[in-house]
Ligand binder design. Structure first.
Ligand SMILES: *[C@@H]1O[C@H](CO)[C@@H](O)[C@H](O)[C@H]1NC(C)=O
Ligand SMILES: *[C@@H]1O[C@H](CO)[C@@H](O)[C@H](O)[C@H]1NC(C)=O
Ligand SMILES: *[C@@H]1O[C@H](CO)[C@@H](O)[C@H](O)[C@H]1NC(C)=O
Ligand SMILES: CC(=O)N[C@H]1CO[C@H](CO)[C@@H](O)[C@@H]1O
Length: 955
């Protein structure tokens, strides 16, 4: 049963619109009953929001209108009354998609019917759609609106129901009624009847099997065809009854299966076929047979089986085959074939090579039974007569095809000493005969022999006179020698072993002339034969060592040996003492022709000529010389000296050596040892003895020297005396002597200047010295002066004399003294109990840097109270020893007696303390002086330098 929504969809394709009823809402009661049909309904005077409108439609009708085609739109716009709020339709936005609420289908692009500018989608719930009915503009077009707005409800009512049509149809809504639209293959008002096809029956040799879902051979019936074995379907195997009332294919038939056609039977055979159904089809059989002499290859019959295939191929007929034949050995075969080599009908002809014969008939044939008519023949070699070896010989045969058959070759040979009387070989020819007769062996013969002159012969002949193995012996008469073999034999070569021998007279050895001699022979029977005589002689300087002649005897030997020629011999020579000898020999040592040369060792001389020679008389040409020692001249000892010699070979001779020495104080001038050389010269002159010499001496500076010489200046024995100038002193002993060792007994002294005591600049003065020799020594001169305010005590110059003493003591500088002011000062104290005097001596306060009232002393004068100072207040002692001014005096004032008396008391106390201080300073100076005398006190650093008191002056 299709849902109501499907009716709605179907209506959209329906172009027919019929308006049956328009019901005005407000009074619904008389509406129902009769056939339901598609009708539109709408609310009048009651506008509802969209949800209420839909609920109202679903409650009273089917649903809210879903407008999908133009005719409906036009119809609605025409038929509906105008509502100022217009009408809701069943279109709403769900999940942002415009959806037909009745079918849950989204709005398709083609079905859109929006007014211009719509939908504007302004939000705030404009999710529902109204249709402008009779608006004047955009009539029957859609607009999206808020769903809460109240508008007219536009509904519809469906006409189709479950029972309107059969199951093979669709119910189509019209406006006001419905129609049943039949599915294909069905007909009738409710589409309940199926369309029918023709009936189908079984084919010949087959069957059909059908299925009928909607009735016998009606719409959708199907039929299946089958064929019997050996048959096949012609056409579609299955048929289907279509909605048109026709089968989709024509009915099938069964056709017998066909095998391939067999045109010809086998070659050389016949084929016989039976075809119960059709030619060469299922169940057809074909039988085969062959001609005589041929064999069937393959089955004798084949059948076409139910798959349309022959059970085998057409068989063939082949000729029967005989055994394979080959050419016989040494023969050939020639065959002619009718039906193939060695098959039925073949004929073969045999023939043999030269020298061979067939052993049967030459031809044979392959019969219809597949066998040869006769066996193939063989080729046998021709045979010659049997041969045997000849006497004293042998035979060697080589056979090709059997002994003594065609091709056999026989070679004959004879024993040693026998020869064949013909050719050595023969051969069995192709005709079965030997090429030549077999030969014989005949004995070898040598030539006849005859005995030699003066000799005899005797022979033995086993195989005939002078034949192989015959032997003959020979001999000579007395006095003759058999020259050759004593026995000859006849060899197998036909030759005697040698020539016939001869008998010859005896011969002696061949003689030759001896070295350095000659020979002269006389012959009777030839040179050096029996009866020959030979005579020998020698050259000058040589002698025969035996008898001069010899003779060849009847025994063939010489009567005596031939003599030799020996050279004359001189006496044996030996090398002289201290010499050597070198000899060259021509014919032996010390023999005729030998020459000897003599030579001497170093330091020796020959006392004659150096060479001698052995003459032809056997004597030396001169006597051998001697070697005499070389001598140097005699030597004598030098003056004041001695000589001692060693002479191994004689006085003053070669290798003599002499030593020399001198007496004390003398020096050997020359070699201490002389040797006599091989040249006869001493190695040097005789040496001399000279007095020893000391080093050269010179006068010392500022001194003089005086020497006395015994053997020459500064030589052994010389004595020298030294002295110095005035003001200088020798620094050692004054004399020295040249000793026997050539050295001075002591070193020469020097002259040293005399020194005066060292001078120190005087206190408060200075010194200027000149030193010609060395500081403060002989002839040094010093000038002394004092500082300002000081006076020199003594002469201002000092001179160092030749004795090393200064011309005076060192003077000193004394400070310049002024007058002692104490003696000049009036009494300072007023006399008691008297009136103050008008004048009064001032009180004095002095400072003495160099001495009491001496140069640089300063005195200050003050007056007691009631007095004033008349004169200079301050006096100083000048460098001239004068006070700078007169001593002042104090004049009385009228006032202030007490003041002045108090001042006086201060002055007395001040003077007493000044005197005590001076006493202390004087003690300090005494200590300083004592230290300075020890030499390590430095006045320059003295604290008291500026406080010196003349009372402590250094003397
Ligand atoms: C349409 O969809 C809604 C929700 O998705 C559902 O409740 C309703 O039954 C559906 N209607 C039809 C006719 O399928
Ligand atoms: C074919 O041959 C078989 C056996 O010979 C036989 O049984 C069968 O009936 C035959 N079929 C037809 C169609 O003749
Ligand atoms: C028919 O013959 C063919 C050829 O001999 C053979 O291959 C086939 O199996 C046969 N079919 C039957 C059913 O005997
Ligand atoms: C009222 C009306 O015309 N009803 C018809 C609807 O359609 C069916 C079949 O088409 C008819 O049989 C009714 O007469």
């Amino acid at each position: 049963m299709l849902p109501w929504s499907n009716y709605l969809r179907q209506s959209l394709y329906n172009r027919l619109l019929v308006i049956l009823l328009m019901t005005i809402y407000h009074d619904l009661t008389g509406e129902t009953g009769g056939v339901q049909a598609w009708t539109y309904n709408y609310s009048v005077n009651q506008n509802l929001d969209w949800d209420s409108a839909r609920q109202w439609c679903r409650q009273h009708y089917t649903d809210m209108v879903a407008i999908q085609n133009q005719e409906e739109i036009v119809y609605l716009n025409t038929m509906l009354p105008r509502n100022s709020q217009y009408y809701w339709i069943g279109l709403r936005k769900v999940n942002e998609m415009w959806t037909w609420m009745g079918t849950n289908k989204t709005l398709t692009k083609e079905a859109e019917n929006w007014a211009t500018g719509e939908p504007n989608n302004v939000g705030d719930g404009q999710d529902c759609v109204e249709i402008y009915i009779k608006r004047g503009k955009d009539e029957a077009k859609w607009n999206d609106e808020r769903c809460t707005k109240k508008k007219g409800a536009l509904c519809y009512t469906a006409s189709c129901s479950e029972h309107c049509c059969s199951t093979h149809a669709e119910c189509l809504e019209n406006i006001g009624n419905y129609t049943c639209q039949c599915d294909p293959g069905f007909k009738g008002p409710r589409c309940q009847e199926a369309v029918a096809c023709d009936t189908v029956s079984d084919p010949d040799q087959g069957s059909v099997n059908c299925d009928h879902p909607h009735g016998l051979f009606a719409f959708n019936s199907s039929c299946q065809f089958h064929c019997a074995q050996g048959y096949q379907l012609l056409g579609a195997s299955q048929l289907l009854c279509q909605a048109t009332g026709f089968w989709d294919h024509p009915a099938a038939q069964c056709q017998v299966k066909q095998c391939s056609s067999l045109d010809n039977g086998p070659h050389r055979g016949t084929m016989n076929c039976s075809n119960p159904i059709a030619l060469h089809s299922y169940n057809s059989t074909c039988a085969f047979s062959c001609d005589l002499g041929f064999d069937l290859i393959g089955p004798d019959r084949i059948q076409c089986n139910h798959t349309g295939q022959w059970t085998g191929n057409v068989s063939t007929c082949t000729a029967l085959q005989c055994d394979v034949l080959t050419s016989p050995p040494h023969g050939s075969m020639n065959c002619s074939d009718l039906h193939g080599q060695f098959h039925y009908g073949s004929q073969c002809l045999f023939s043999c090579e030269e020298g061979f014969l067939l052993n049967g008939l030459a031809d044979t044939e392959c019969t219809s039974l597949g066998t040869w008519s006769r066996r193939a023949p063989l080729c046998l070699a021709q045979q010659c007569d049997v041969l045997t070896s000849p006497p004293h010989g042998s035979m060697n045969c080589s056979d090709l095809y059997g002994q003594f058959h065609y091709g056999s070759q026989c070679l004959f040979s004879c024993e040693e000493g026998f020869l064949l009387n013909g050719l050595a070989d023969t051969e069995c020819t192709s005709l079965g005969t030997w090429s030549r007769r077999a030969p014989l062996c005949l004995v070898v013969r040598c030539g006849p022999l005859s005995p030699p002159a003066m000799g005899n012969m005797s022979c033995v002949d086993p195989l005939g006179a002078s034949s192989f193995t015959s032997s003959c012996g020979f001999s000579c008469e007395e006095g003759y020698l058999l020259r050759g073999d004593t026995n000859l034999t006849c060899l197998s070569t036909g030759q005697w072993t040698n020539h016939t021998p001869a008998c010859e007279p005896l011969q002696c050895d061949v003689l030759t002339s001896p070295p350095h001699g000659s020979m002269n022979c006389s012959d009777l029977h030839g040179q050096f034969h029996y009866g020959s005589q030979c005579l020998f002689s020698c050259e000058e300087g040589f002698l025969l060592n035996g008898l001069a002649d010899t003779e060849c005897t009847s025994l063939g030997t010489w009567s005596r040996r031939a003599p030799l020629c020996l050279a004359q011999q001189c006496d044996v020579l030996t090398s002289p003492p201290h010499g050597s000898m070198n000899c060259s020999d021509l014919y032996g040592q010390f023999h005729y022709g030998s020459q000897c040369l003599f030579s001497c060792e170093e330091g020796f001389l020959l006392n004659g000529l150096a060479d001698t020679e052995c003459t032809s008389l056997g004597t030396w040409s001169r006597r051998a010389p001697l070697c005499l020692v070389v001598r140097c001249g005699p030597l004598s000892p030098p003056a004041m000296g001695n000589m001692s010699c060693v002479d191994p070979l004689g006085a003053s001779s070669f290798t003599s050596s002499c030593g020399f020495s001198c007496e004390e104080g003398y020096l050997l001038r020359g070699d201490t040892n002389l040797t006599c050389l091989s040249t006869g010269q001493w190695t040097n002159h005789t040496p001399a003895c000279e007095p020893l010499q000391c080093d050269l001496l010179t006068s010392p500076p500022h001194g003089s020297m005086n020497c006395s010489d015994l053997h020459g200046q500064f030589h052994y024995g010389s004595q020298c005396l030294f002295s110095c100038e005035e003001g200088f002193l020798l620094n050692g002993l004054a004399d020295t002597e040249c000793t026997s060792l050539g050295t001075w007994s002591r070193r020469a002294p020097l002259c040293l200047v005399r020194h005066c005591p060292l001078l120190v600049e005087p206190w408060r003065g200075w010194m200027n010295c000149t030193h010609p020799h060395s500081p403060f020594s002989y002839s040094s001169h010093c000038l002394l002066q004092c500082n300002e305010g000081f006076l020199l005590t003594g002469a201002p110059t000092m001179h160092c004399n030749a004795l090393g003493v200064w011309s005076q003591d060192l003077p000193s500088c004394q400070v310049v003294q002024c007058e002692n002011l104490l003696h000049r000062l009036p009494s300072p104290l007023p006399t008691p109990s008297s009136t103050p005097p008008p004048t009064l001596g001032p009180s004095m306060n002095c400072s003495h840097s160099l001495g009491e009232f001496s140069f640089s002393s300063l005195c200050l004068f003050t007056c007691s109270k009631g007095y004033y100072l008349n004169g200079t207040e301050e006096l100083s002692c000048t460098s001239e020893g004068q006070w700078s001014d007169l001593v002042p005096s104090c004049q009385r004032n009228i006032t202030s007696v007490q003041e002045s008396s108090r001042m006086l008391v201060y002055a007395v106390v001040g003077a007493a303390s000044a005197a005590g201080l001076l006493l202390l300073l004087g003690l300090g100076m005494v200590v300083a002086k004592k230290l300075s005398k020890k030499g390590d006190f430095n006045f320059a650093n003295s604290l008291w330098e500026e406080r010196e008191n003349p009372a402590f002056e250094i003397s």
